[in-house]
Design a protein around this ligand. Structure first.
Ligand code: ADP
Length: 338
């Protein structure tokens, strides 16, 4: 256990936007120094709002937060000096070169002369941008722009780096490269990193500690392995030919979980997610039980439990469904504003 004070601590943050939109409904997070913390949740869960408050760009309606030991409301200037922020939208000037962007950022933080040149050259090399340093940023690939954004966030050697959805919009190859880059930063430089993501895989891959957020607060947290380990055994996914009514679900849940080695059965539309000690061995009994109840099964798959299963368990809906609901919500809002 670390004896250092937490790098980030937020307690009961509440934030509502005009129009009764509750962005945060009691957000609690603690990030230990030197770790990578993943704030994972579907679109609209409140991740960006949390980051805005922690990086002093927004004020909570209530609640408290300290970053690098400084209160975000009382000492925003101290917080800003201690952190680097890589926002979702690039802060780089597209018509300036990569080198010019870094130089400007360095000057903003008081670097001058040889110290500035050294820092800029070091970062260009570190992020594999030396060859592109003299080119305008608008000609960079998505991956190069993202690497420059991270370099910009690191110019003043912050203690804590905030990465808001670092790989959204990147192609799979650039995403994998970015993952390696972030993992290296955490290992080599002992930086504390708080990243937000809506990719389950990204959180699984990068974070030492994950907090799953839904509707403005943390629903469950732990290490990726602990979260997955909570779901002992295998996950068996059954695709039904048709959805089952409420009464049928209750009966079937009872019948399925009464089978030996079967711990849990969660219905979600036409899908049933079952936890079983030995997935392949449980499939015939699961199918038999459903068939006898007159419920046809179109497909059955067995998998190790994923974070998606954890999410379903704690948020009560599938990740994709939550994303679709957020999408529909923002479309409805956009429509209403017209
Ligand atoms: P996430 O980053 O997890 O996608 P956000 O923090 O951006 O979530 O948003 C949380 C909720 O607050 C959403 O319902 C979103 O529509 C709403 N929201 C965010 N920013 C604003 C804003 N400036 N004005 C009004 N509503 C907002």
């Amino acid at each position: 256990m670390s004896t250092r004070a937490p790098a980030v601590q937020a307690r009961q943050l509440i934030k509502t936007y005009p129009g009764e939109v509750t962005a945060l409904s009691g957000m609690d997070i603690t990030v230990e120094a030197g770790t990578v913390f993943g704030l994972l949740g579907p679109n609209g869960a409140g991740k960006s709002t949390t980051v805005k408050i922690l990086t002093t760009l927004a004020r909570p309606d209530s609640g408290t937060a300290t970053v690098a030991g400084h209160d975000v409301l009382r000492h925003p200037d101290r917080v800003r000096r201690a952190i680097g922020v890589v926002a979702q939208k690039s802060g780089a000037d597209p018509v300036a070169t990569g080198r010019e962007n870094l130089q400007l950022q360095g000057r903003l933080y008081g670097l001058r002369g040889a110290a500035l040149q050294q820092r800029v050259a070091g970062l260009l090399a570190r992020f594999d941008l030396t060859d592109a340093a003299g080119r305008q940023v608008k000609g960079y690939s998505g991956g190069m722009q993202r690497r420059l954004d991270v370099a910009l966030g690191l110019v003043h050697r912050p203690e804590i780096l905030f990465l808001d959805e670092p790989t959204t919009g990147l192609d799979p190859e650039a995403r994998t490269a970015m993952w390696d880059e972030i993992a290296r930063l955490a290992d080599d430089e002992g930086l504390t990193i708080l990243l937000t993501t809506h990719y389950l895989e990204e959180a699984d891959r990068l974070a030492d500690h994950i907090a799953i957020v839904d509707r403005g607060h943390v629903v469950v947290e732990g290490t990726p392995n602990a979260l997955k380990g909570e779901l002992r055994g295998d996950a068996v996914h059954l695709e039904l030919r048709e959805a089952v009514g409420e009464a049928g679900r209750t009966l079937l849940t009872g019948a399925l979980t009464a089978l030996p080695g079967v711990h849990e059965a969660l219905f979600d539309g036409r899908r049933v997610s079952v936890r079983a000690e030995d997935g392949p061995a449980a499939v015939p009994a699961l199918l038999g039980t459903l068939e006898r109840a007159g419920v046809g099964v179109a497909a059955a798959t067995v998998a190790r439990p994923s974070l998606d299963d954890v999410y379903l368990r704690y948020a009560g809906r599938r990740y994709a469904e939550a994303e679709a609901a957020a999408e529909a919500g923002s479309l409805a809002l956009a429509g209403g504003a017209r």
